[in-house]
Design a protein around this ligand. Structure first.
Ligand code: NAD
Length: 255
């Protein structure tokens, strides 16, 4: 089999939907064995099944990444079953928007537990295995909101800003040991994670009609457009790139 990540083993979190699903499919198209991990077990399995149906290599796992033990167990099981963990795509996330002084403790805790601590738990579990093989690529899904904020997104933005600095820290700590770590900052991409935020902005129809006012390209991104960048960063084509925070946002942060 030929491909840009052939023979490599990848975990993609949030692989049941949107950007994670597209990333799992894209990595599998280029030869990786992909473990599709998601809190939604049916969705994780559906992505894995669709990869296998097109002659790709995949498996799936039900996991809540806010559970540190579950993250270690997943990584250990993947290494036991498939021999290594070469690519980790920390993509699963939640966006629970609201007026800041009204947000609940639950919203703050869930956002940080999933978006920040989940990525930390998985990276911490994966690194010892990557150190043994002397290589690894970690791709963290931040957001334009890790760089700039928007109305109703203070808690989410804080979590995505943390991912930017986590990415830089990991990149520095392991730069000499063959492990690269980068983050992607997508603009508005057409997936369900945005629907609650869209409701606060006047509805998804209104947002898409006026998207050119904040995303210069004038349309939402597609999950596959982000997945193409995940694939590039995961592959050896990005061998000199670590600690980078790369926007894929239709020009949003160029303004
Ligand atoms: N869609 C956008 O416009 C956009 C923009 C910037 C960043 N992002 C980021 O991209 C990532 C993927 O989002 P998406 O747009 O594909 O959304 P999505 O809602 O389509 O997918 C998110 C997936 O994560 C899973 N998930 C949620 N909590 C989980 C948990 N605790 N453990 C495991 N899985 C969990 C969900 O079940 C879902 O399948 C997120 O980190 C999001 O913040 C999205």
């Amino acid at each position: 089999m030929s491909g840009r990540v052939v023979g490599l083993v990848a975990i993609v979190t949030g692989a049941g939907s949107g950007i994670g699903q597209a990333s799992a499919i894209r990595l599998a198209e280029e030869g990786a064995t992909v473990i599709c991990a998601d809190i939604n077990d049916k969705a994780a399995r559906a992505t894995s099944d669709s990869i296998i149906a097109t002659d790709g290599r995949a498996s799936w796992a039900a996991i809540d990444i806010s559970d540190s033990m579950a993250c270690s167990d997943l990584v250990d099981k993947v290494v036991a079953d498939f021999g290594s963990i070469d690519i980790l795509v920390n993509n699963a996330g939640v966006n629970l928007p609201g007026v800041f002084h009204e947000v609940s403790n639950e919203t703050i805790d869930r956002t940080l537990d999933v978006n920040v601590k989940g990525a930390m738990y998985l990276i911490r579990a994966a690194i010892p295995h990557m150190l043994k093989t002397g290589h690894g690529s970690i791709v963290n899904m931040s957001s334009v909101n890790g760089l700039v904020s928007e109305p109703f997104l203070s808690v989410y933005s804080a979590s995505k800003g943390a991912i930017v600095m986590l990415t830089r820290g990991i990149a520095l700590d392991y730069a000499k040991q063959g492990i690269r770590c980068n983050a992607i900052c997508p603009g508005w991409v057409d997936t369900p994670i945005n629907y609650a935020h869209a409701d606060l902005l006047g509805g998804i129809k209104h947002v898409y009609e006026t998207i050119g006012t904040f995303q210069p390209i004038g349309r939402p991104g597609t999950p596959r457009e982000i997945a193409n960048l995940v694939l590039f960063l995961a592959s050896d084509e990005a061998s000199f790139i670590t600690g980078s925070i790369i926007s894929a946002d239709g020009g949003m942060t160029a303004q």
